[in-house]
Every structure is written in C-alpha cells, then in structure tokens.
Design a protein around this ligand. Structure first.
Ligand code: CTP
Length: 401
C-alpha cells in the first residue's frame, strides 16, 4: 500500500503517543520508509529509542542540537507525506496559526506535501470552541483529519477524543498520496440494501450488508480514484471516499444519477428493492387495525437509468442469485452493462454479511469466468484489475456459454 513511499511520522505529547509506535510499525510493514519527528513532551510518553528500533533511524526531537543544521526542512523536503499522530490540542493550535516552535510543527510548516492529522485528547478539549475553530481552519487549509474516535480515554474516561485506529490512519496516509492507476478517475459505488418504509417504524428491506460495495470503494480509493459511495450501510472512512447516505431506492437513484454525470466507472453493488410501498403511513400501523394491505409499486431502475445515459460510465452490475446463476447470464446480456458480477447467496462463504464471496464474472456476450472463493477485498482488487483490462480494450477472457 505504501511501497517505497517516504513518510514522516510526527508524534506529539499525549498518552496516545504510545500507539504511534504501532503506527510506525504498520507503515513500515506497508513498505514505507519512515522517519520520526517528536516533540519533547512526546518523549515522556514513548521512547525515542523505540521509534529508532522500529524505523531504523533516530527520531528528530531537537531543532538545535541535531547534527543536521536544519532538521525540520530536511525532513519536510524528504517526505512524500507527513502524518501527525497523535496530534494534541496544542499542536492543532500551532498548525492552525502557523506557530512553529517545536520540531513537529516546524517540520509540518516547512512542508508542501499532504499532511494527515490524527487528533487525540480528552472530550472537553476536543469540544472546546477553540479546538473546533482550529480544526475548521486546518480542514480549510487542506489538512486531512482522521478521527478522533469515541471510546476509552486516559484516566478511565470515555467519550470522543480517542486516537483513530492506527490501521485507519495508515490508510489515510496512503489516501492522500498522489498516484495510483486510477488517479484522476471518478468511481461511483453503491452498497447496502435499500429500506422502503411501510410506516415510520417498519420497512421492507433485505439482508445486504454493504461489505462488497465498501471493499470496492476502498480498493478504488487505494488506487487513487476519487470515489463516491452511495450507501444505506455503515461506510468506511477514507480521505478519497465521499459517502452519500441514503435509505430508499428513490433516494439512491437520485444520488447515483447525479454522481454518474462525471463518473468514469460505476459499480452497482447495492441490493435495491424492486418494489416499494406506494403510500407509506405517516403514523405507526396498529395491531388492533388488523393485517394491513400494503400496496407496492415499482422503484426506479437505477442501473437501467445509467445504461441509458448518452455518455455513460463503464458499468458494472451485480446479481445476487439463489441456487444457480443462470439468470445472471440473461441479465448481463440485457441490462446494458459492461460486466456483471454474479454470486449465489445460498452458497457456503457467499452468504449475505459474509467477509468472503465466490463470484462469477459474466460479460455481455454471455461468457462466464468463475472465480474461486476469496475475501471481498480480494474480489474487489481482482475486479478492478479485470475492469482495467476491459477498459483498455483487452481480451474478454471468458468461456462462451
Ligand atoms: N438494481 C438497480 N435498480 C433496481 C434494482 C436493481 O439498479 N431498482 C441493480 C442492482 O444494484 C444490481 C442489478 O441492478 O447491480 C441487478 O439487480 P437484481 O436485483 O439482481 O436484478 P433484477 O433485474 O431486479 O432481477 P431479479 O428478477 O433477480 O429481481
């Protein structure tokens, strides 16, 4: 994910600084070269020697007593990206006002590379208007903020202010770096199952978890695409994934058709209701009123709308079938897609909510490519590879059926 990338990890003085050692390790495992710059107070929470052992070079702590006459500008020029984790309230304040009075803030200020900040502090400090003003300023200045999360804090407290998960921070660092084979491309993904209200309490839904669509969104973002994820499900956080939360097929259709206007690739992994209650009740249906008569009407055909666009994106449909994927072959022929991903949701390992999937790729000529059972992330990666081959006019590769 970060092979050969040069990452400066800035560590500032909060308890979560101990987690920076693990973040450094994850960055190294992802193939990055890592150099560390720490504030003096950070060294009270995690040893400089620990970071030296993990990264292979001694952290910069002092601006004046270092062998290098200008360690902050050396580091800033070397870095492809800088990540500050944890970023304390004081550090956010320094960066928002341009005050460079320690090694970390001086390095960030001397840099022109993308910077990720992972704040961590007590809830009260995070929620202070001053901190929130600084965050708004930093976002406007182009910093990427990841977290903080809600959870256990120092001293047994609970609340918002916990350092984001180191793996998510590493993902954000990868996300801000330029490059990747989908760089400059816009990818539209749908995920989850739509919920069609019967009344304010009940809905008609389905078992889709959104995991396949999420995996595709993250894999596309990792390859440098700007991703729009239209979803009914909990979404991953990634600097290159814009999430549009929807509930119903109608809402999904509106969001998708708008985003499709400048999309290069659209992958419709959501399970969309084909029919929805025509007249959802404004108030809760009562048991005493007896079994309700719910009249259903058709929902918009989202995929159909995309297929009919004059200048449409490369279009990938999904078909969740039961027992046999025969019906998917007709869908691939008839729906105007460039590729259809079919799976049998009754097969072991491909059930709704599973982390794995066994899919069959179906091309518009009806040819099929069965893929072995793999994780949804692996399916997403291989799918993007397959799409790249098709978009560049490569072979179809499937067996005629
Ligand atoms: N889809 C859509 N709009 C709908 C229903 C489905 O865009 N109202 C999309 C799904 O996101 C999926 C593809 O169409 O990518 C195929 O969905 P599926 O439910 O398998 O197709 P249907 O034509 O509804 O076929 P079936 O008879 O199996 O319900």
């Amino acid at each position: 994910m970060l092979a050969g990338r040069r990452i400066v990890l800035g560590i500032t003085g909060g308890v979560a600084a101990y987690k920076a050692a693990y973040l450094a390790r994850r960055l190294v495992e992802h193939g990055a070269q890592v150099r560390v710059v720490m504030t003096r107070s950070a060294t009270r929470f995690v040893g400089a020697q620990t970071l030296a052992a993990i990264t292979g070079s001694h952290p910069v702590v002092e601006l004046f007593d270092d062998d290098d006459v200008s360690p902050h500008t050396t580091l800033a020029r070397w870095a492809d990206s800088i990540v500050v984790a944890p970023a304390t309230a004081a550090t956010l304040s320094r960066l928002a006002t341009g005050l460079s009075d320690d090694a970390v803030s001086a390095t960030v200020l001397a840099s022109t590379s993308p910077v990720v900040l992972a704040p961590a502090m007590h809830t009260e400090m995070w929620e202070q208007p001053a901190t929130q003003r600084n965050i708004a300023t930093l976002i406007a200045d182009g910093y990427t903020i990841v977290g903080p999360d809600v959870g256990a804090l120092a001293g047994g407290d609970e609340g918002v202010g916990r350092l984001a998960d180191p793996d998510e921070i590493a993902e954000s660092v990868a996300g801000v770096l330029p490059g990747g084979e989908l760089s400059g491309q816009r990818v539209l993904v749908t995920a989850g199952g739509t919920r069609e209200p019967i009344d304010p309490v009940r809905f008609i839904g389905n078992r889709s978890s959104g995991k396949m669509g999420n995996a595709i969104a993250v894999a596309s973002a990792r390859r440098g695409a700007a991703v729009t994820l239209v979803t009914t499900a909990p979404a991953p956080r990634h600097p290159r994934v814009e999430v549009i939360a929807v509930e119903t097929a109608r809402e999904m259709a509106d969001a998708v058709w708008k985003a499709a206007e400048d999309a290069d690739i659209a992958l419709m992994a959501a399970a969309v209701a084909d029919f929805a209650p025509e007249h959802p009740e404004a108030t809760k249906l009562r048991r005493a009123a007896g079994p309700p008569q719910v009249v259903l009407g058709p929902t918009p055909d989202i995929l159909g709308g995309l297929a009919a666009m004059e200048k449409r994106p490369f279009l990938v449909g999904f078909a969740a079938e039961t027992g046999s994927i025969e019906a998917a072959i007709d869908k691939a022929r008839e729906k105007g897609v460039d590729l259809l991903v079919a799976n049998d949701v009754t097969a072991l390992g491909s059930e709704f909510g599973s982390d794995t999937n066994e899919v069959v790729i179906v091309l518009p000529d009806g040819s099929t490519e069965p893929w072995e059972l793999m994780t949804k992330s692996e399916v997403a990666e291989r799918l993007l590879d397959r799409i790249e081959v098709l978009r560049s006019g490569g072979d179809t590769g499937g067996a005629p059926s």
